[in-house]
Structure formats: C-alpha cells, structure tokens
Design a protein around this ligand. Structure first.
Ligand code: SOE
Length: 414
C-alpha cells in the first residue's frame, strides 16, 4: 500500500519498521497497593524493554463498580468489571494478574489456568499448603498445554539481588555457612493504626510471616539455590485489638498501608512478628526475622550470606548496592566494598538510566512482567513458579507448627 512511506500523514508506520508485535491481553484483579504496582509495570515494561509480545491492559476487576472504574481510568485499563469470573470468560484475555488478598488466590488462579489463561499471582501464593498444592497442580496441568504461571516474589528482580545470586552460583563466596535474613517494617508499631485485611487470618493467612517473611524465605532459596530442611520458630502478636477502619474498604492506593481508624475495635488474628532459625540442605545455618514493629525500619529487607571464601550483604533500603567481602584479599586492605549495581553490565540495568542513576521499588515489578512475557513468548516456564510458591508455603506452615509447639524443631517436607 502506497501509504506505507515514512512520514506519510494518516499512516505513521514506516515501510522499514519492524512488524507489529503480537499482543498479550491482560486482565488484572485488584487495584490497591499491588494492583497499582502491577499496573505501573504493565504500562512501563514495553516502554523500556524490547518485548516479544505487546501487553494490552484490557480490564481491571474490583468489587465496587464505581471504585473499579475510577481505578481503571487512573491506572490505564481499557475497561472495568466487578466479577473476575466474567473476565475469565472473555476469549480475548490471555493473562490474569491476581493482586487480591490471599484468601482469593487459589480460586481465581485455578479457574484462570483451567480456562487457558496464563497467571501471575501475588505472594504468598496461598493461605495454606492445601490451597498452594491445588494451585501447583493446576499450574502443572496448564503447563502441559503451554499455559504459564508465576508467583510475584518481586525482590528476585532487583539487580543487586540477581547479582548476588549469580556470584554465589559462580562460587565467588565458596561454601555457604550462614544466611542472616531480616525483613523489618514499622507501619504497625502504632497501636492506633486500624484493622485491615492484612491483620485477619481468614483473609491474609498469616501476618508478618506470610506478608514479608515469605519474601526472605524465597530470597534465601533463590540466592543460595538451596532449600530449608527444618525450622524452629516463634510468632508474636503485640497488639491484639485495633480500631476498625473509618472506611470499610481501607486505603485505596499505593501511598499508604495504614488508613484512618473509626468507631469500634476489631481483633488482630495474625502474628505481628516472627523469628526463626533454620538449616539449609547444604548444612548452612540460617536466621530469619520478620516484623512490622521495628521502629525506624521502613522496608529493610536485608540478607547477608557468609561463605568459605567471602560474604555478600544486601539491604533494600540501599537497594542499588551489593556489599561484597572477598576473603582472598590481604587482611591489611580487605573489607566490605559497595558494588554500585547500576552499570549497563548488571542485570536489567541497560534498559534504564545511565550508570549511577539508580532504580527503585517499582522496577522489580516491571522486571517481573518483562521476564514473564519473555517466558510466555519463548514457551518456557517462568520462575518463581507455583511450585516455588508451594515450597515457600511449606516453610511458612512449618514455622506456624513449630511456634504452636513452643519452637520445637519442625522438618519441612518437599
Ligand atoms: C506490606 O508489608 C508490603 O506491601 C508487602 O505486602 C509487599 O510484598 C512488600 O513488597 C512491601 O510491603
């Protein structure tokens, strides 16, 4: 067609332009903090990465029609819907992105996979091992038909974390002796912070354990490449009653986890904090701490690994840095050095800004979408898989069983 010339008005497509990418039509369920972060990722990924499929934000699902349509407009989704089942019935939807509380994950994910939709599901995968098993089975059934699934442990996509994983795989710190993992937040330290779904066992499954402890369990598995064989754990709830929220639905957007209290109080049915020790299959000893009561620590996801040849340390509050101690250096000049993980040679970084300009929280979500799209296009199973999510769930379950038995040693099945 003669209009296909560079600069021709009415047809901006150049004759030498690459062919348009096939689309990946996405539906998202949920539009609070995680729905917001995922929406940003779906929008940003194709702007910075050369993707084999072009994600199209087709429909956002929320229970309340007005709020869902407002969210769809604000977050850039073409339509809004109040029932995820209707969204799954749509033939044009290729992928379902689940950003709802844990009590809904299993039902939505299994229905979507059985309907032939790829699934991205927020962490923790489920509220129980039984649910996670059903999800992993549905994922395996679907994978046999080329349908892919992934669980959203986004911190695996922070460049400094990927670098740590690679350095360990290359043997740079030798045999692993210790893992010291912490996830410290403080947004519940104030007893006037109101109730929310994250404080209800029926909805969230557990408290700090599943919400943030799950991340450090997954990161330990990812960075070291080893499974935990057993744990001894304590769980604690410091504030057992909190004001009910002023609005029934709580905070709507990404800027706050807390909201404002109203009349009456509700019972907190989850843990506020957990500490546990564990052993890795290679014999390393590991300690874990997850709390929302560490005043002054906002999102301090920290992990330090000590090996026979050196050590690595990461803190999300300084997320563009990986600390490395090389044990082969002369004692007089050895010391931890800060690797600024912002070079184009580092994972994901070349798609973004010049060296030293740094990435933030939202970039992990964008990288997650990039990796998922690339796996779907390559007809490969992405990681972390639902099987990974199930294994993390088994660890969380063992922690709860150990804590219920006064910290007694509890083995983790595989
Ligand atoms: C709340 O503690 C929370 O939003 C978690 O749910 C997320 O997984 C973590 O990335 C940040 O903190």
């Amino acid at each position: 067609n003669g209009d296909e010339r560079a600069g021709t008005t009415g047809n901006p497509r150049r004759a030498d332009a690459p062919p348009a990418r096939p689309t990946l039509t996405v539906g998202i369920v949920g539009h609070a903090f995680m729905g917001n972060a995922h929406s940003h990722a779906w929008r940003t990924a194709p702007r910075f990465f050369d993707l084999p499929l072009r994600p199209e934000r087709a429909v956002l699902v929320g229970r309340d029609a007005y709020r869902a349509s407002q969210a769809a407009r604000r977050l850039g989704w073409a339509a809004a819907e109040t029932d995820w089942r209707r969204m799954i019935e749509r033939d044009d939807i290729d992928l379902v992105d689940i950003c709802t509380p844990g009590d809904t994950h299993a039902e939505i994910a299994v229905a979507a996979l059985d309907a032939g939709k790829h699934v991205l599901c927020e962490k923790p995968l489920a509220n129980s091992v039984a649910e996670a098993e059903a999800m992993a089975e549905a994922a395996a059934r679907a994978a046999a038909r080329g349908i892919r699934s992934m669980v959203g442990f986004t911190y695996r996509r922070v460049p400094a974390v990927v670098l740590a994983h690679r350095m360990i795989a290359e043997g740079r710190i030798g045999r692993i002796h210790h893992v010291r993992a912490q996830y410290l937040q403080d947004w519940l330290a104030d007893p006037d912070v109101p109730m929310s779904w994250r404080l209800e066992k029926d909805r969230a499954g557990s408290g700090a354990l599943g919400d943030i402890g799950a991340h450090i369990v997954d990161l330990t598995r990812y960075i070291t490449g080893e499974e935990l064989t057993g744990v001894s754990a304590l769980l604690q709830t410091f504030v057992r009653e909190r004001p009910l929220p002023a609005t029934a639905s709580g905070p709507a957007t990404g800027g706050s986890l807390t909201g404002t209290g109203g009349d009456g109080t509700g019972e907190v049915t989850v843990d506020d904090a957990t500490v546990f020790i564990g052993r890795l299959e290679g014999g390393a000893l590991a300690t874990f701490e997850a709390t929302r009561f560490a005043l002054g620590r906002k999102n301090a996801l920290r992990i330090e690994i000590n090996g026979s040849l050196g050590s690595l340390a990461f803190d999300f509050e300084d997320m563009n840095v990986l600390q490395f101690f090389d044990g082969s250096e002369p004692a007089a000049t050895a010391g931890f050095r800060r690797i600024l993980v912002t070079e184009p040679e580092h994972p994901y970084v070349s798609a973004w800004w010049p060296a030293g300009h740094g990435l933030g929280y939202e970039h992990g979500f964008t990288h997650q979408v990039v990796d998922l799209i690339e796996a779907i296009a390559a007809d490969e199973d992405p990681v972390p898989s639902f099987a990974d999510g199930l294994q993390v769930q088994r660890v969380l379950d063992a922690v709860e069983r150990s804590a219920a038995a006064d910290g007694s040693w509890t083995r983790i099945p595989r």
